[in-house]
Design a protein around this ligand. Structure first.
Ligand code: URP
Ligand code: ZN
Ligand code: ZN
Length: 459
């Protein structure tokens, strides 16, 4: 199958190029002016952009949590991602407390089996770094995994102490892996949560109050210090606030190998949203929590000047009418997480590019190129170049779309951005040369998505 995208504007991190683009089979075969037509399907791309398919490096599909799971699986989540212009993602495998990394990886491969419609990779979350588990880290690259994740929060569940962080980071660095860290001080949060509940402060807004930004700033600085001692490159996940960004900037100025992402939702909501009436604040309960307008301004600045390298989603949906209700009388029982996999590009383009905050080239860099570069997928993905995968988003910068749970494709009963009308949306989406979205229609196939064996991390 050969597809010629004719007369479009190709967008990359360096800027734009007016050209035709030919996809032959699964790969980009040619880029140039007036490419010969012959036996090809021609897509008229005039007046539209061609973007490299979006890459969301932080997702939780079908993530088990006690006796429930996040509500999008590898089929529904992939369909939603595709409609939003995301053609690859990296999900978090989570080691069980007494299990091995290999067992956890097998379980996640089974979750994706037969369902995947876009391409996907895995990070490995280490919850119990016993000596035999530390030894398993050496095998991750041969299993196609070049990132480990550790958490400094969720005490009693996923939280590691500083000695464990050091041990994992050392081992990861030894084997060429990038360590990702959830930076919040879980010990102090645990105290604040208990105090809040004991004082009868049980509404969603206390979730944010028990997780103040100082504790994200402190943990971010601590993670950077431990990574530095370990000689390990570090990637800070879901950074939300100025206090944490200051730590990242200071480390980058010292020449440390430290990168950070924020997630699309942190640019739009504040702690005040957790105080919506009728328990509606539960819809926006995630960790770290939403912050202040000043923190949002700092995040935009970080996206502009390069202190933040990536915009991801931390997509982890739970229904408001069901799973979120578990915390109606106690905010500590609200499953953490928000749905966003479908809306990342729409919202960043709308507020960022249309809003004059970031140029189009930076939009592509944050949503596709840097994710590919940092996570061992470049130049196979994240860029429109001859030889790269034919992951193409035909982006109509004039299309208007109103985001609503009534029409979204995520398997969840609300949308964070409900009622927002954006300008700019995908008109068509291709994964490795196969069209998966055609306007309102899904044309992909469950089982067609491929596991991405990622290359080792290089800075
Ligand atoms: O609230 C969130 N972010 N839930 C998903 C798990 C995590 O912390 O990344
Ligand atoms: Zn996290
Ligand atoms: Zn997460």
């Amino acid at each position: 199958m050969r597809t010629l995208f004719s007369g479009g504007t190709l967008v990359g991190p360096e800027g734009t190029l007016q050209a035709d683009l030919l996809v032959d089979g699964e790969r980009i075969a040619a880029i140039g002016r007036d490419l010969p037509r012959g036996d090809v399907r021609v897509i008229d791309a005039a007046g539209r952009y061609l973007l490299p398919g979006g890459i969301d490096v932080h997702t939780h599909l079908d993530m088990p949590l006690d006796d429930i799971a996040s509500t999008d699986d590898f089929r529904t989540g992939h369909v939603a991602a595709a409609f939003g212009g995301t053609t690859s993602h990296i999900d978090f495998v989570i080691q069980s407390k007494d299990g091995s990394l290999r067992q956890a990886l097998d379980a996640w491969h089974a979750l994706a089996q037969g369902k995947a419609c876009i391409d996907y990779g895995f990070h490995m979350t280490i919850a119990d770094p016993r000596p035999d588990v530390l030894d398993e880290i050496a095998h991750l690259p041969e299993w196609g995994i070049t990132t480990v994740k550790v958490l400094m929060a969720y005490k009693g569940r996923l939280q590691l102490d500083d000695a464990q962080l050091l041990a994992v980071m050392r081992r990861a660095a030894e084997h060429g892996l990038l360590t990702m860290v959830h930076c919040e001080n879980g010990d102090v949060i645990d105290v604040l949560e208990r105090e809040a509940v004991a004082a009868g402060h049980r509404e969603p807004k206390y979730h944010a109050m028990a997780r103040p930004p100082e504790l994200e700033g402190e943990a971010t600085g601590r993670a950077i210090a431990i990574a530095s001692v370990a000689g390990a490159p570090l990637y800070v996940v879901h950074l939300t606030c100025e206090a944490a960004l200051d730590q990242v900037r200071a480390a980058q100025r010292r020449g440390r190998h430290v990168w950070a992402e924020t997630c699309i939702q942190y640019l739009f909501f504040t702690a005040a949203d957790l105080d919506r009436p009728d328990f509606e604040g539960a819809k926006v309960v995630c960790s770290p929590p939403f912050r202040t307008p000043q923190d949002q301004a700092a995040l935009w600045e970080g996206l502009r000047d390069g202190a933040l390298a990536v915009v991801s989603t931390d997509h982890c949906p739970f229904n408001f009418a069901r799973e979120k209700q578990r915390g109606r009388h106690d905010f500590t029982k609200i499953p953490n997480g928000v749905p966003a996999i479908e809306d990342r590009l729409l919202m960043l383009h709308h507020a960022g590019v249309n809003g004059g905050r970031i140029p189009l080239s930076r939009f592509v860099e944050l949503t596709a190129t840097n994710p590919a570069r940092l996570f061992g997928l470049y130049p196979r993905k994240g860029i429109l170049e001859v030889g790269s995968d034919g992951d193409i988003v035909l982006w109509d910068p004039r299309a208007r779309r109103t985001i609503t749970a009534g029409t979204h494709h995520m398997r969840v009963d609300y949308n964070l951005f409900e009622g927002t009308t954006v300008t700019g949306a995908p008109a068509g989406v291709w994964v490795r040369g196969t069209q998966v979205v055609d306007g309102e229609r899904f044309t992909g196939r469950a089982g067609a998505g491929q596991f991405l064996r990622r290359a080792a991390f290089t800075s």
